[in-house]
Ligand binder design. Structure first.
Ligand code: AMP
Ligand code: GLY
Length: 305
């Protein structure tokens, strides 16, 4: 098989490392790749955002399978475009990718399907969000989130009214995250142990991966603002069997079934960012792809290809 990996991070290096071990592989490409992937296959100078260029390369080189690392091409519809010309690609459709592309979509979906998550409200104007905050509709700390993609930085944990008003202003007025700030979600702060749980799915069947945790904050000792992840580890005891079964049933299966019944069947890697609260596991966020840096510690534990 000729395989193309889209992306340029540590996650894509790990995907390349894992796929390189498969007896099915005949040729490996990475677009645009990095010095790590260059040791395992051919780096192609096409950006992960260049959907047209990727499609043309895949058609010309008769790529058998394309695996998409980052979220932006998925949210921008790379899978639909590949499938329209009969090319195989691992990842969700543009509609299904809204689970990550819009926090408002994800929260409304979870509420509709009774999937456990933090209580929330969404706002499409600054004044409505400010009014709710000033009226005391929330307890502190609370969490303010930009609706759209913000590279893991669009979530602000606020300790008091001033911080929460600043967060709304940063997202909706100052447009720190651009169009991602057209709407905000304000939600309850959840306490507990956080972990990442990923599964492979074709929209019906589900194969869970091992759990992992990433180091969220930018500085040592859990200090500083959150990032997309500064490092990760994976050990089994972070998720006991009872909670794991609960996560599979109430969160993962409910999500796959819910997406199918809503007319957006989800295929690819589903990543649930979970908080293990005293009230059971709850979803902090969905990602529609392999986590980075979680993939680096999970695929190294996977025996098969
Ligand atoms: P998200 O992109 O929604 O996962 O948020 C990024 C990070 O912010 C998460 O990984 C958590 O560490 C934190 N976070 C998000 N939502 C909440 C919440 N409701 N309560 C506590 N922490 C949260
Ligand atoms: N490490 C979090 C993420 O991949 O979004």
């Amino acid at each position: 098989m000729k395989v193309l990996i889209v992306g340029s991070g540590g996650r894509e290096h790990t995907l390349a490392w894992k796929i390189h071990q498969s007896p099915h592989l005949t040729q490996l490409y990475c677009a645009p790749g990095n010095p790590g992937t260059a040791q395992l296959g051919d780096n192609i100078p096409i950006a992960a955002s260049d959907l047209e260029g990727l499609l043309e390369f895949s058609q010309q080189n008769q790529i058998d399978l394309t695996i998409v690392g980052p979220e932006a091409p998925l949210v921008n519809g790379i899978v639909d475009r590949y499938e329209a010309v009969g090319l195989k690609v691992a990842g969700p459709s543009q509609n299904a990718a809204q689970l990550e592309g819009s926090k408002v979509f994800a929260k409304d979906f979870m509420q509709r399907h009774k999937i456990p998550t933090a209580h929330y409200q969404t706002y499409s104007s600054t004044s409505a969000a400010e009014l709710a905050l000033c009226r005391g509709e929330y307890k502190f700390p609370l969490v303010v989130k930009a609706d759209g993609l913000a590279a893991g930085k669009g979530v602000l944990i606020c300790q008091n009214l001033t911080e929460s008003l600043d967060a709304v202003s940063l997202i909706m007025e100052k447009r720190e995250f651009g169009k991602a700030g057209d709407r905000v979600v304000i939600e309850e702060f959840l306490e507990g142990e956080e972990l990442s749980f990923m599964v492979f799915t074709d929209g019906t069947r589900i194969l869970p991966m091992v759990p992992s945790q990433d180091h969220k904050t930018i500085y040592e000792e859990d200090m500083g603002p959150n990032t997309g992840g500064m490092g990760a580890y994976s050990v089994d005891w972070i998720l006991d069997q009872k909670i794991r079964r609960q996560v599979m049933k109430e969160i993962i299966e409910a999500t796959i079934q819910g997406m199918a019944s809503d007319g957006h069947p989800f295929a690819g890697v589903l990543y649930a960012g979970l908080m293990l609260t005293s009230d059971g596991p709850k979803v902090l966020e969905f990602n529609v792809r392999f986590g980075d840096p979680e993939t680096q510690v999970i695929l190294t534990r996977l025996n098969s290809d």
